[in-house]
Design a protein around this ligand. Structure first.
Ligand code: ADP
Ligand code: MG
Length: 839
C-alpha cells in the first residue's frame, strides 16, 4: 500500500528549493551575528561594510514572503541596526539576540514538517487455525446446514444462491472489497475513499436530534498528529434517543481514548468526516485491533434477501477451517517458478485479505488455477482425440483432383490461402485426426481452401462433409460447389432439415454405399442417422455458431474423420485459446487482391434519406443494396422498425420503381432461397433482411449495406454484416443508422467506421461487452471462470497454457498429479450439472 506523504512531489520540490535559498541567505547572517557576539559587540569592520551595515543590507533581502507580524519585527530589527552606533552594550546584545531568534523562527517556519507516516495498526491473525470446534468433520462436500455456526435458516437462504455445500461457499468469492487497509493520517484523507485512521478522542457528545426526537446522534472530535476530524453516528429509533443510552455511548468513547476508525470519507462543510464508521477503542496506540474489519480489506459478497453482509461473512468464517485439510495441487517447483502462493492460502486470502498485497497474491493464484484447469481440460481432450486413428490421406493420391480444381478457379490462391492449404494437407497425411481451426476475416477466401481440402480427401478415396450453421448458407455452399464439382465429376448432395423424405433416404443410402462423395448440409447432418462408407474430412463453416457440443457429437457417433472448423468471426486470442485450445489454428491473414476497404459512416435516423440516396445511386450503376434490421417479430420489436414493415415502406413508397426483396428467419427455406437467388441475379436490387444474411451470403454485386438500429448489434456482428459487401472490385459502403444517445454506443460505432481489422474490432467488443456477448450464444461453451478475465488476464492465460501443455505432454492422464486430476473432475461435474440445469 502506498504511504502517501503530506506533500505531493511537486509541492515537495518547490519547498526544497525555497529551503536551499533560505539557507544560503541565512548562513553569512548567522556567522556575522556569532562573530559580533564573540568579539564583544564592537560593530566589526568587515572587508566592505561594518557589521551593522551588513545586517541592515541583508535584512532587506529576505528570500521568503513574510507574514505581517514577521514583517513588523523585521522593521524593528532593521531600525535597530540603523542606529547600532548609538546603542549601548546591553541594547546591542539584545538586538543581536532578537535577530538570532527571529532568524531561527523563520528557519523553522520555512522548513516543511517532515512528512508523517501513516499510522501502523497491528491486526490479530485470522482464526483460520482450526479451533478444535470447527475443524472436526468439515469437508468440501459437507452440506452448509451441517456446519456449526450456520443455522438452518441461513443455510436455506444460501441455497437460494445455489450454495449448498462447503465447496460452493468456498468458491463464492467476494464481489468487491472495502479497503479499510488504507491507513491514513487525518490530513491526508480524501473524500470518497475508504480509509482507517488511528486517533485520539478530543470531545465526545451524545444528544437527541433537535429536529427529530427519535434520532440519537453521537458526535466525536478526533485528533491525530496531523489534524482533527469529525465523526458522527445517527441512531434511528426511540430506544437510541434516550439520554441514558446516549450517555453510555459517549462514555464508551471518552476524551483521551485512542481509537481505530474505518469508514468512508465524506466531504462536509467542515472538511472531511466519517459518518457511521467502524470504531474500536485501543488500549494504546500500538495495541492490536480485535475487529475483523477495521484496518483490513473487508469482503463484500453478492447479497441475497434476508442475509446481511455480516451474516455472509460469518458463514464464510465458519467454513474456512476446511482449508486446513486441503492438499496443494501444484508441485513446489512449479509454484515457485510461477511465483504463486499455496492454493489453500489463496482461498483464505481471497475471502479475508489483510491488505492489497495479500489480495493480489490470492487472486493471481486462483486466476492461474482457473486457466490451468481450463487448459488441462482442453489438453486432455486433444490427447483423447489424438488417440484415435484417422484415415491417412496421402497427398499424392488426392493431388490431381486438387490441381484440377485450382485450374478451374478464375483466380490464383493468395499466399495465405496456399500456406493454409499446405498445412491442412500435411495434417491429412497423418494418422492422427486433424483438429484445426481456420480463422480468416470475411471474404478472405476460406471456402475455396476448404473445398480444396475436401477434394484432397475425396481424391484419396474418402468422403467429405461440409456443414453450415443455417440452411441458407448450406444451400449457398451447395450451389457454388455443385457447379465446380460436376466439372470434376465428383458426386455431391445437399441434406438439410427440409430435404424431402424420399430424397433423404436416397442420400443416406448413397452415403453408406460410398456413391456419394461430398455431402453438404446443416447440422441436421449431426442429428440424422447419417452413416458414411469412409468419411475422411468434415469441414464446419462458421464454427462459432456450432458450439463445442455439436463438434463433439460427430465424434460421439463413432466417426473419426479429420476436422476443419472455420470462422470469420475473428476471436480475440484469449477467447480462442479458451474455447479452441484443443485445436491447431491457421489464419488467412490476407485478402484477395483488389479489395477496397468498405467506406463506413455512422448516421442518425433522421439522416436516413442520405442512405436511400446512396442506394439509389449505386443501384443506378447496376449495384445492389442490403437493408438490415435487428428483429422481425412484432412482439419483440417495441419501437424497432420490423423487416416486414420496412420492406413494405421501401417497396411501396421509397423505391417504388425498384424491386425490393425480403429475407427473414420466418420464411420457409424455399422462400429464403428464392429471395437470395433473386437478389444475386439482380431481379431484386434491394434486399431487406434480418441478420439471416450475417453469415456467408455472397453476392459480389452488392455494394451498399444499410444497418438500422446499429447500436443494437455487437461490433463483431456488425463487422460480419459489413462483410456482406465489398466482395467485388467496386467501392462498397456501409451506413450504420443509430438513434441512441448513449455515448458508449456512439463510440463503438465510430470504431467500426474507423477500422476494418476484424481482430481489433473483436478485442474492443470483448472489452466493452464481455465474452458471452462476443460469442453471442449460450451454447458457446464459454469456460467457467469466476475470477479470471479474458480481457485483462491474457498474460496469465498464456502462462497457464504453457504449463498445462508441459504437464499434459509428460503426464497426459494426470497420474502424477492426483490433486489436479481431482480438481479437473470436480470442475467437469460442476459444468455438467450447470449444463443439465440449462437444458
Ligand atoms: P470467406 O468464406 O472467407 O468469407 P469466400 O471463400 O466466400 O470467403 O470468398 C469470398 C469471395 O472471394 C468469393 O467470391 C471467392 O470466390 C473470392 N475469392 C476467394 N479466393 C480468392 C482469390 N485468391 N482471389 C480472388 N478472389 C477470391
Ligand atoms: Mg465463408
Amino acid at each position: 500500500m502506498a504511504a502517501r506523504s503530506l506533500h505531493s512531489p511537486s509541492e515537495q520540490q518547490a519547498a526544497d528549493g525555497l529551503e536551499r535559498a533560505l539557507l544560503a541567505w541565512l548562513q553569512p547572517l548567522q556567522q556575522g551575528l556569532q562573530l559580533e557576539a564573540d568579539r564583544g559587540f564592537t560593530n566589526l569592520q568587515g572587508r566592505r561594510d561594518t557589521f551593522a551595515d551588513f545586517l541592515r543590507h541583508q535584512l532587506e533581502q529576505v528570500p521568503l514572503p513574510l507574514e505581517p507580524r514577521e514583517q513588523e519585527q523585521l522593521q524593528a530589527l532593521r531600525a535597530g541596526y540603523g542606529r547600532y552606533d548609538q546603542l549601548g552594550l546591553g541594547q546591542r546584545q539584545r538586538l543581536v539576540r532578537q535577530s538570532r531568534e527571529w532568524l531561527l523562527a523563520l528557519r523553522r517556519r520555512a522548513r516543511p514538517p517532515a512528512p508523517v507516516n501513516p499510522p501502523r495498526l497491528k491486526l490479530v491473525d485470522a482464526p483460520a487455525a482450526p479451533s478444535s470446534r470447527a475443524a472436526q468433520t468439515l469437508e468440501l462436500s459437507t452440506p452448509l446446514g451441517d456446519v456449526k455456526g450456520i443455522g438452518p435458516r441461513t443455510a436455506a437462504r444460501l441455497a437460494q444462491l445455489g450454495l449448498l455445500v462447503v465447496r460452493d461457499l468456498l468458491h463464492h468469492y467476494p464481489r468487491d472489497y472495502l479497503d479499510y487497509a488504507n491507513l491514513k493520517r487525518i490530513q491526508a484523507l480524501e473524500p470518497g475513499e475508504t480509509a482507517t485512521i488511528v486517533a485520539t478522542v478530543r470531545r465526545s457528545h451524545g444528544f437527541v436530534s433537535p429536529r427529530n426526537p427519535n434520532l440519537g446522534i453521537l458526535k466525536l472530535q478526533l485528533q491525530d498528529p496531523t489534524g482533527r476530524l469529525r465523526v458522527s453516528w445517527f441512531f434511528a429509533g426511540r430506544r437510541f434517543a434516550s439520554p441514558g443510552w446516549l450517555a453510555a455511548q459517549q462514555r464508551q468513547f471518552p476524551a483521551g481514548a485512542t481509537l481505530a476508525v474505518s469508514g468512508l470519507v465524506k466531504q462536509t462543510p467542515y472538511g472531511p468526516a466519517f459518518q457511521d464508521p467502524l470504531m474500536e477503542v485501543l488500549e494504546h496506540a500500538h495495541a492490536p485491533v480485535q475487529s475483523r474489519a477495521i484496518g483490513r480489506l473487508l469482503p463484500v459478497y453478492g447479497l441475497t434477501e434476508g442475509l446481511s453482509a455480516d451474516r455472509i461473512r460469518q458463514t464464510v468464517d465458519a467454513i474456512l477451517p476446511v482449508l486446513q485439510a486441503q492438499d496443494e495441487p501444484l508441485p513446489l517447483a512449479l509454484r515457485q517458478q510461477q511465483g504463486l502462493i499455496e492454493r489453500h492460502l489463496a482461498l483464505l486470502q481471497i475471502h479475508q485479505p489483510q491488505d492489497q498485497a495479500q489480495l493480489q497474491a490470492a487472486r493471481s493464484r486462483l486466476v492461474f488455477d482457473e486457466f490451468l484447469l481450463l487448459q488441462l481440460g482442453l489438453a486432455q481432450r486433444r490427447h483423447q482425440l489424438r488417440q484415435h486413428q484417422a484415415p491417412v490421406l496421402e497427398p499424392s493420391s488426392g493431388g490431381a483432383l486438387v490441381e484440377q480444381f485450382l485450374q478451374l478457379l478464375p483466380f490464383a490462391l493468395t499466399g495465405a490461402q496456399q500456406r493454409v492449404l499446405q498445412q491442412i494437407r500435411s495434417d491429412l497425411a497423418r494418422a492422427e485426426p486433424m483438429a484445426r481451426l481456420l480463422q480468416g476475416d470475411v471474404g478472405s477466401g476460406k471456402t475455396v481452401v476448404a473445398l480444396a481440402a475436401l477434394l484432397a480427401a475425396i481424391g484419396a478415396g474418402c468422403q467429405g462433409a461440409l456443414m453450415a450453421p443455417t440452411e441458407v448458407l448450406a444451400q449457398q455452399h451447395f450451389h457454388k460447389v455443385a457447379d465446380w464439382l460436376s466439372q470434376l465429376h465428383v458426386s455431391t448432395a445437399l441434406l438439410t432439415g427440409s430435404t424431402p423424405a424420399r430424397r433423404r433416404r436416397q442420400i443416406l443410402e448413397d452415403l453408406v454405399n460410398g456413391q456419394l462423395q461430398l455431402l453438404v448440409g446443416t447440422h441436421a447432418l449431426l442429428e440424422d442417422p447419417v452413416a458414411f462408407a469412409r468419411l475422411g474430412l468434415v469441414v464446419v463453416d462458421e464454427q462459432h455458431r456450432f458450439g463445442v457440443n455439436q463438434r463433439n457429437r460427430l465424434l460421439a457417433k463413432g466417426l473419426q474423420p479429420h476436422l476443419l472448423t472455420m470462422t470469420a468471426t475473428p476471436i480475440p486470442r484469449t477467447l480462442a485459446l479458451s474455447l479452441h485450445g484443443d485445436l491447431d489454428v491457421s489464419q488467412i491473414d490476407e485478402l484477395p487482391p483488389g479489395r477496397q476497404p468498405i467506406a463506413t459512416r455512422v448516421l442518425r435516423g433522421s439522416e436516413r434519406d442520405q442512405a436511400y440516396d446512396l442506394i439509389r445511386s449505386e443501384v443506378a450503376k447496376g449495384q445492389r443494396a442490403y437493408v438490415v434490421l435487428p428483429l422481425v417479430e412484432e412482439s419483440e420489436k417495441l419501437d424497432l422498425r420490423s423487416a416486414v414493415e420496412v420492406h413494405r415502406h421501401l417497396s411501396e413508397d421509397v423505391f417504388a420503381d425498384l424491386a425490393v426483396g425480403l429475407l427473414h428467419g420466418r420464411l420457409s427455406s424455399e422462400a429464403k432461397q428464392q429471395a437470395i437467388a433473386a437478389f444475386a441475379a439482380g431481379e431484386t436490387q434491394v434486399l431487406v433482411s434480418t441478420t439471416v444474411v450475417e453469415v456467408g451470403v455472397d453476392v459480389p454485386a452488392a455494394t451498399v449495406m444499410v444497418i438500422e438500429h446499429a447500436e443494437r448489434f455487437g461490433l463483431a456482428q456488425l463487422h460480419q454484416l459489413r462483410g456482406r459487401v465489398g466482395r467485388g472490385a467496386d467501392q462498397s459502403h456501409c451506413l450504420l443508422l443509430n438513434d441512441s444517445n448513449n455515448p458508449l454506443a456512439r463510440q463503438r460505432l465510430d470504431l467500426l467506421a474507423r477500422s476494418c481489422d476484424g481482430f481489433e474490432i473483436a478485442e474492443m467488443d470483448l472489452r466493452l461487452r464481455g465474452p458471452g456477448q462476443v460469442l453471442g450464444t449460450r451454447q458457446s461453451g464459454l469456460p467457467d471462470l469466476a475470477l479470471a478475465s479474458l480481457s485483462s488476464d491474457g498474460a496469465v492465460l498464456e502462462q497457464a497454457r504453457t504449463v498445462a501443455q508441459a504437464i499434459s505432454a509428460s503426464d497426459p492422464e494426470l497420474r502424477q498429479h492426483p490433486q489436479l486430476a481431482a480438481l479437473l473432475r470436480e470442475q467437469r461435474q460442476r459444468l455438467a450439472a450447470t449444463a443439465a440445469q440449462l437444458n
